[in-house]
Ligand binder design. Sequence first.
Ligand code: TXA
Ligand code: MG
Length: 331
Amino acid sequence: MTAPLATRLLKADAGAAVEAARVLAAGGLVAFPTETVYGLGADATDGRAVARLYEAKGRPAFNPLIAHVADRAAAQALARFDADAARLADAFWPGPLTLVLPKSPGCAVAALATAGLDTIAVRVPGHAVARDILAAFGKPVVAPSANRSGHVSPTSAAHVAADLGGRIELIIDGGSTPLGIESTIIACLNGAPAAPALLRPGGLPRAAIERALGRKLAEAPAARTGTAPRAPGMLAAHYAPRTPLKLQAVRVAPGEALLAFGEALPAGAKRAALVLNLSPRGDLIEAAANLFSHLRALDAVGASAIAVMPIPTEGLGEAINDRLARAAARR
Ligand code: TXA
Ligand code: MG
């Protein structure tokens, strides 16, 4: 476990936004108010910063995160908007609406932030403090609610400090959040399902969305999880490679690829189709940052299997092992 950090608290003003941007650019974690709840922000394009964010929250699994951006143009650099998505963005951004859309080919967001999925959640928040920070930073910021995993979402800087003090660099205090409930999440995935689907009810009422669309919302695509989603983190499908995974591998058979961890490689590694190391020095934060991009690259070589070395279960190792187990089971 990492040593406690000195968490600084700043009252929201123009100087605080510049300081928040500086900390984000250095790979740091900054909590800030939005109109819904306080978010815990990290540079969305920096896989290590995103891995630190999961560690600070104590999430036992990598749920995909919402990319917060300053405006529609910035959102369009990350995701593809169909006609429904464009209509909803016109009607409700900036505001408490998150859109889940197909990731654009040039999307700069780290694979870990979207948990390896081909879709991405984007939102343009309406709160002045959040907008000032996004404008000062100039890049997308991923921000889950700024609470420890399993706790309720924070609506004041004091809530954030109680949960995350000593675990993050900076808290920007902008008073209580006006809505106090998370954003409404709508998936617009090009006709699959046919109508935009409500993934999470939230601060923007369903009726307002249906009025703007001129039709009813579809229910969340239950087929993805096999059951109706129960917890928020279960709304998203899990990334699954096409190549079978062999977990806890202690040797590599000919024709297999290797997902390595640490310095000592298993027998047969020299003949592997491809070897990618999550972290040669055995650092779990670095390993998390590399997890989904390495899996994708190994999946692309056409190996008979991907052998995965054992990975410790402490810290972020729990989430890494959770995702690997799901990726192995999905086939
Ligand atoms: O109001 C909010 O949305 C706040 C503020 C800070 O913006 N953020 C927030 O983030 O509530 P979080 O991480 O606590 O919840 C985001 C939800 C998660 O349940 C996640 O599973 C879902 O969004 N999500 C993110 N990306 C997704 C995707 N590609 N497909 C489906 N669900 C996704
Ligand atoms: Mg949350």
